[in-house]
Design a protein. Structure first.
Length: 185
């Protein structure tokens, strides 16, 4: 119950911050939930790797798993908060991009480009553990977003963060599995 309340509060705060900065509201909610749940799933995996699997009567180890899940979830929510509050808010009178006049006096209004698809892919892959693809898509999406002005910078950044976390865990697990058999032989 408290976790649901925390997610709702983070989503509301990030939603209003994204709207104030002229960003996609759906993207703010997506990366808030994605970072929260992705890191919440990652916390117990790290605790399992560090402490081993708990037995039925091992209450401290079970508490450690729960605490790691909660701590990582709060870290994900906090990261999403900082991503949503990055940048300056738009002036109150601006509802969209400013119109520009051409030399002939014709006023041209620029349309928003939409959300970058690679940013969405980076976030999804970061949540499910596709580390290398999340990193590649995240970097490509960030460069496209800077160039085209599309939405999705927060999702691309969240996908990058999760991708690098998964990559680090994969490398640490690989090293652990290589070193562990050598110590017992």
């Amino acid at each position: 119950m408290l976790e649901t309340l925390a997610i709702v509060l983070f989503c509301r705060a990030n939603l209003s911050a994204a709207r104030a900065r002229g960003r996609s509201a759906g993207a703010a909610v997506a990366y808030t939930i994605g970072l929260w749940l992705g890191l919440e799933a990652l916390g117990p995996l790290i605790a399992l790797a560090a402490a081993g699997a708990p037995t039925g009567s091992d209450r401290p180890a079970i508490f450690l798993l729960y605490f790691c899940a909660l701590a990582f979830a709060l870290g994900g929510g906090t990261a999403s908060y900082f991503i949503a509050h990055r940048g300056r808010p738009l002036p109150q009178s601006a509802g969209g991009p400013p119109p520009s006049a051409t030399p002939g006096g014709i006023v041209v209004v620029q349309a928003r480009a939409g959300t970058n698809g690679l940013a969405v892919a980076a976030l999804v892959l970061g949540v499910i553990g596709g580390s290398v693809l999340a990193i590649v898509f995240g970097h490509i999406a960030r460069s496209q977003i800077r160039r085209t002005g599309q939405d999705g910078a927060g999702m691309a950044l969240a996908g990058l963060i999760l991708g690098y976390i998964w990559l680090g865990l994969t490398l640490a697990l690989g090293i652990f599995l290589i070193v562990l058999p050598a110590t017992f032989s």
